[in-house]
Design a protein around this ligand. Structure first.
Ligand SMILES: NC(=O)C1=CN([C@@H]2O[C@H](COP(=O)(O)OP(=O)(O)OC[C@H]3O[C@@H](n4cnc5c(N)ncnc54)[C@H](O)[C@@H]3O)[C@@H](O)[C@H]2O)C=CC1
Ligand SMILES: NCC(=O)COP(=O)(O)O
Length: 362
């Protein structure tokens, strides 16, 4: 899939997220800390009034300024740039309402359109409440699958990685009921996931030969097939298939002994069978620093590792650290994509600013 890359001067697009969640709180607090934290410039896509109301409630003096994406870098020093998108949202903090879903979705759609047009360097998404969107008829499990759909990704399954300096993990199956995990846990899924992880960790994260550790589905990785056959019949053949392609895949390993400090020195990322098997360890180790990254997309997308935290929205207790790390990582990965594109295709890289200008005029 060709990469979308914006001129290095383009800002990051941050989607508003669920208007009743902590997305507005952490966006405002990140902007307040922009100078001391040396944050890359970003603009929010969504309803500017949500941010104005939240700033007033939190007692934050943040000038919220509607602008075009191209003005965001210049504007960022003195105001929080907002690119208007979608309908007004009326939800109070902690209380999503009927305007929540459409507003959250429009903010994501706008961010994607802008990155695809080369008008944003990458997208960072604030948390959405899945149940609120499902109630509104949203048919994708989460951002990960929705973004892959918008990007026209050919992958059988988009890849979610939660990355932190301490530990990086990928759940092979994502937001599905536990009762359905075994049915979705296939050799093809693991091989596809391993390939996408190996490619993005090499090309975007700069690891020469990423080491992928596969978790077993069963206790003790099945104990040679005596506690469930899946790890002998699915996980091991998937690891061997990846090894034949030259990918450094290892396992299956029992999940219970894969996350202690010495074990973590033996791999770059864990590919687990299901969501909680691998997200619980990384959130325990690095809740404030971990970042959700979607792998295999033609543009960069990161997100804080946490959710909408309705219990503390609008109270001033929301910690913006994970969003700050998500902004930093998005900038780093987008710059890596732009450098790679310039190396592999200098003519295209040179034409990119003209293409983006044409897209703006269109
Ligand atoms: N990327 C996304 O869009 C994500 C969305 N979600 C959604 O979030 C909603 C709530 O999910 P929960 O499981 O309750 O997880 P949550 O992460 O929203 O909250 C769990 C606990 O951590 C606290 N917390 C979370 N972020 C915090 C922060 N930045 N600073 C201080 N405390 C924080 C909350 O107050 C709560 O006590 C769900 O609807 C879920 O679908 C969950 C994870 C990621
Ligand atoms: N638990 C992670 C999560 O819910 C994030 O999902 P996504 O919206 O990034 O697909």
């Amino acid at each position: 899939m060709p990469l979308h890359s914006a001129p290095p001067s383009a800002a990051l697009a941050l989607s508003l997220g669920e208007p009743a969640g902590i997305g507005p709180d952490i966006a405002l607090r990140a902007w307040v800390g922009r100078h001391t934290l040396h944050l890359p410039a970003f603009f929010v896509t969504g309803d500017a009034d949500v941010l104005r109301r939240r700033a007033a409630r939190l007692g934050l003096r943040v000038p919220v300024r509607p602008c075009a994406p191209e003005e965001a870098v210049r504007c960022f020093a003195e105001a929080l740039p907002v690119v208007a998108a979608g309908p007004s949202a009326t939800a109070e903090p902690g209380l999503p309402d009927a305007t929540s879903g459409p507003a959250a979705l429009a903010a994501i759609d706008a961010a994607v359109r802008l990155v695809q047009a080369g008008r944003a360097a990458a997208i960072v998404t604030n948390p959405i409440a899945k149940s609120v969107l499902y109630a509104d008829g949203f048919t994708f499990p989460g951002h990960t699958e929705y973004l892959a759909h918008l990007a026209g990704s050919p992958a059988r399954q988009p890849v979610m990685m939660i990355w932190s300096p301490e530990l990086a993990v990928i759940p092979a199956t994502i937001h599905i009921p536990v009762a359905e995990i075994a049915r979705h846990f296939t050799r093809e899924l693991l091989v596809d996931t391993g390939r996408i992880a190996a490619r993005d960790l090499t090309e975007r994260f700069g690891l020469a030969r990423p080491r992928l550790a596969f978790c077993g589905l069963n206790p003790h990785a099945g104990e040679q097939g005596t506690i469930g056959r899946e790890d002998e019949e699915i996980t091991r053949p998937a690891v061997e298939a990846l090894q034949r392609e030259g990918i450094d895949a290892r396992g299956p390993f029992p999940a219970d002994t894969l996350f202690h400090a010495r074990a973590r020195e033996g791999y770059d990322v864990v590919i687990g069978a299901y969501h909680d098997q691998v997200l619980a360890p990384v959130k325990m180790l690095a809740f404030e620093r971990a970042v959700n990254v979607t792998l295999g997309l033609p543009f960069v997308r990161t997100s804080p590792d946490h959710g909408t935290a309705f219990d503390i929205a609008g109270t001033g207790q929301a910690d913006p650290s994970s969003l700050i790390e998500a902004l930093r990582l998005a900038r780093k990965l987008a710059d890596a994509d732009a450098r790679r594109q310039a190396t592999h295709n200098p003519a295209r890289a040179e034409a990119e600013p003209r293409r983006a200008a044409a897209a703006r005029r269109a």
